[in-house]
Design a protein around this ligand. Structure first.
Ligand code: S3P
Length: 448
């Protein structure tokens, strides 16, 4: 079922090959952070290339509810007039973050050290996801969380006035938890420390430094220690949002499995905390190259060229790589179905608490498409059938999960029979132009 209105069943059928350029939208993680940090800074932040997906729009609406001015200037250009660290005003109404775990967790952090109360909710997917991983560390600052659903939304957060700094080791590899703690630490007195044992995406740290916070990261044998000085005056910035490697994954993987394909996906950030999928595809024998490799805004960027790759082989994806490709396992499992041999993915239990249980959703759908999948709590494995042998011909549930819907539509581009998803509506949360962009490359996607 779709979160906003009626379900949107979609079907994708075998096509002749994907060719051309795929200009994917702005990065979702950086888009959320641009709006939130813009709202917490003083002055006018200008954002170019913002992802105008529903998740990010919901965060923009939330920032308005906390007192910031957020204005759509058209064509991906936005203006945020911030209220400064500690400057949020109490919202008049419940904050609905829709489908977005990133949105709600970061915003809870951002308001948790101000003297105010806010109530958060979301759609059925978001309201089933764990929030104690954020409210537990926020309690160390003195914030209190109330809810009646065992650490699930809806929840009310009573922020801490005059919060003391904290030292916190993040117990799960989660950039959302790390970021929630860092955003809360902004309005605490003195230095907070956040320690992560496994490196997760570091956009919050990089962007906080860009907005003028005093923040440093030390790599140690035990992990990364991030030190942030509280109560800085964040200064408004001009931000150009890079294109999203997690969205690039879809045209890249589609080209790799679809005979006759040659697709260029320009301007993709290759921040090592995000680029694990591309390394994995190359290890599997994919014809994927980085063209025009360069540095922009301190981050590696390249144009990705992906071509049909008939000789893919199954591999074991190392658990240490999981955080750098956590959102890409669903589409990787689709590529794995077209490889020769078994692809094993370990250290991935976080996949069970995403927009859906992504191991369960993909395993069920892949099996319905004729692919053998084994799974355990923290791992799964796909038995590749080789090119030309993936049956397809199934209707699968997208479970309010954009990446599940897109992954099965990609499968249908190269399977023998079409693939149908019961609801493509959630795709609009992160990749609203998916249908037209893939159609422009030659994909056949139909609304049914
Ligand atoms: C995100 C972090 C990841 C990722 C999500 C976006 C972020 O979640 O799955 O899509 O922007 O910080 P976790 O941090 O919970 O792993």
């Amino acid at each position: 079922m779709s979160s906003h209105g009626a379900a949107l069943p979609m079907l994708s059928r075998k096509c002749k090959g994907l060719t051309g350029e795929a200009h994917v939208p702005g990065d979702k993680s950086i888009s959320h952070r641009s709006l939130i940090l813009g709202a917490m800074s003083v002055g006018e932040t200008r954002i170019t290339g913002l992802l105008e997906g529903q998740d990010v729009l919901d965060t923009g609406r939330a920032m308005r509810a906390f007192g910031a001015e957020v204005e759509d200037l058209g064509q991906g250009n936005w203006r945020v007039y911030g209220v400064g660290v500690g400057g949020f005003t109490e919202p008049d109404n419940v904050i609905d973050c829709g489908n977005s775990g990133t949105g709600v967790r970061l915003i809870m952090g951002a308001m948790a050290t101000t003297d105010m109360t806010a109530t958060f909710t979301g759609d059925a997917s978001l309201n089933s996801r764990p929030m104690a991983r954020v409210t537990d560390p926020l309690a160390l600052f003195g914030a209190r969380a109330y809810g009646r659903r065992g650490g699930r939304l809806p929840m009310t957060i009573v922020g801490a006035a005059d919060a003391a700094p904290v030292q916190y080791t993040v117990p799960v590899p989660s950039a959302q938890v790390k970021s929630a703690v860092l955003l809360a630490a902004l309005n605490a007195r003195g230095e907070s420390q956040v320690i992560e044992r496994e490196a997760t995406r570091d956009h919050t740290e990089r962007m906080l430094a860009g907005f003028g916070a005093t923040i440093e990261t030390e790599e140690t044998a035990e992990g990364r220690i991030i030190r942030l000085q509280g109560q800085p005056e964040l200064k408004a910035q001009d931000i150009t949002v890079p294109r999203d490697p997690s969205s690039a994954a879809f045209p890249v993987c589609a080209a790799i499995i679809t005979e006759g394909s040659d697709v260029l996906v320009p301007n993709i950030g290759l921040n090592p905390t995000r680029a694990g999928l591309f390394t994995t595809l190359i290890e599997m024998g994919a014809d994927l190259t980085y063209e025009n490799l360069r540095e922009e805004g301190g981050e590696p960027v390249a144009d990705l060229r992906a071509k049909f790759s008939p000789n893919l082989k199954g591999i074991e994806v190392p658990p240490a790589r999981a955080a750098s490709m956590i959102d890409e396992y669903p589409v990787l499992s689709v590529v794995a179905a077209f490889a020769e041999g078994r692809t094993e993915m370990h250290g991935v239990k976080e996949l069970r608490v995403k927009e859906s249980d992504r191991i369960d959703a993909m395993a069920k759908g892949l099996r319905a498409a004729g692919v053998t999948v084994d799974e355990g709590e923290d791992w799964w494995a796909v038995e590749g059938r080789g090119h030309g042998n993936v049956t397809g011909g199934a209707t699968v549930e997208s479970r309010l999960d954009h990446r599940i819907a897109m992954s099965f539509l990609i499968l249908g581009m190269a399977s023998e029979q079409p693939m149908q998803v019961d609801d493509g509506g959630p795709i609009a949360t992160s990749f609203p132009i998916f249908e037209s962009l893939m159609g422009g490359l030659g994909a056949i996607i139909e609304r049914v």
